[in-house]
Design a protein around this ligand. Structure first.
Ligand SMILES: [Zn+2]
Length: 363
């Protein structure tokens, strides 16, 4: 379980949240550079990742219990436990997406202490390791996206990125890169550092004991429902949704090397290439190209908290600025991500403060 914290947490550098991968290391639309390949073969020992056997055993165990939880869900679980589990799952996912990912890893908006505290509690309900560890891994993921230094790198397929990358130890080189990630902004955040310091105590109380104890103690549900549904099944769902942040580009991305050409059917379901968008524009709080309320509960969550004054300085970009950024990239030969970031930043000062109240994407 301890290893799970190390390997299960996703993470990019602040800046680098703010200059999203403008450094040549992250070129979402390009394969690893030849120089990278050469360095891999010359230092394969540094990039080799061994299995983390505690994580492997933990994951097998969790899958068996979680899948059994589906059976218990439909046979021995009261409605109130179903609602309770759903809410805990939703809060945990929001803690990762609105909190660890969009607020802390990418700084797509700013939040009051009350909202940060709320998101910290929610992120603890996700069981993904501390915010600090999660963000550090995710920042490295963006910085080294699609290179062997990416902690979630896979040159194979979705399953390798979704499962196998998460049950391996980091390579010595990845350990070094991880230690070099700039985390100064999170180190200045008392709420993040408090959670990091007391993470395992909070994990035990909020993530393990509360979900198991509440159904037994407060509404007399069965032991099976408490353990297999409220804990195991919930853990399995939250874990896999969070891992999707790092692996979904195999399914929702646009790279023909990683998917069948007819998998654009996915677009008909999600109505978005949000993932491809995020790797190009990680500073956009909407994490998607459309940004209306139907595009995701996380975007709606951030907008609602902005409307009541708890979230401010929501970063986004207009279609016009995207065009300018792309033109700038073609004209200058600089990385696309860097140009989009610059075009977006130049325009932010001209946007209305309440631009998030628009129901459609800004034009
Ligand atoms: Zn990200």
């Amino acid at each position: 379980m301890a290893d799970h914290n190390e390997n299960f947490a996703p993470s990019a550098e602040h800046l680098k949240a703010q200059q999203p991968s403008g450094d040549g290391a992250t070129k979402p639309d390009q394969p690893p550079q030849p120089t990278e390949t050469a360095s891999v073969s010359s230092s394969s020992r540094d990039t080799k990742r061994e299995a983390s056997w505690p994580s492997v055993l933990f994951y097998i165990h969790l899958n068996i219990l979680g899948v059994y939880g589906i059976f218990v869900l439909f046979s021995h679980t009261s409605l109130i436990t179903c609602v309770f589990t759903f809410l805990l799952t939703l809060f945990g996912i929001l803690g990762v997406t609105a909190g660890a990912h969009r607020l802390w890893a990418h700084r797509t908006y700013e939040a009051t202490a009350l909202l940060r505290f709320t998101l910290m509690i929610c992120q603890t309900l996700a069981g993904q390791g501390s915010i600090y560890d999660w963000v550090r891994m995710h920042r490295l993921h963006h910085e080294k996206f699609r290179t062997v230094d990416d902690p979630y790198y896979s040159d194979k397929d979705f399953m390798h990125a979704q499962v196998f990358a998460n049950i391996r130890k980091l390579s010595p080189r990845q350990e070094q890169l991880l230690a070099a990630v700039d985390m100064s902004d999170l180190e200045a955040d008392g709420i993040v550092m408090f959670q990091r310091r007391f993470y395992w105590a909070m994990y035990l109380v909020l993530f393990v004991l509360l979900p198991i104890n509440a159904p037994l103690e407060y509404w007399g549900d069965t032991v099976q429902a408490a353990i297999f549904v409220a804990f195991s099944l919930r853990y399995l769902v939250v874990l896999n949704v969070a891992w999707l942040i790092n692996s979904a580009h195999f399914v929702w991305g646009l790279d023909k090397n990683h998917k069948q050409s007819d998998s654009n059917m996915v677009f008909l379901v999600t109505k978005s290439y949000w993932l491809q968008y995020h790797y190009l524009l990680p500073f956009d709080y909407q994490s998607g190209e459309f940004g209306n309320y139907g595009s995701g509960c996380t975007t709606a969550f951030i907008r609602i908290f902005a409307a009541i004054g708890q979230a401010t300085k929501l970063q986004t970009i207009t279609t016009e600025a995207v065009k300018r950024g792309l033109t700038m990239a073609v004209d200058s030969g600089r990385p696309i991500v860097e140009c989009l970031k610059q075009a977006g930043a130049e325009e932010m000062c001209n946007l209305k403060r309440e631009h998030y109240l628009e129901t459609e994407r800004l034009h």
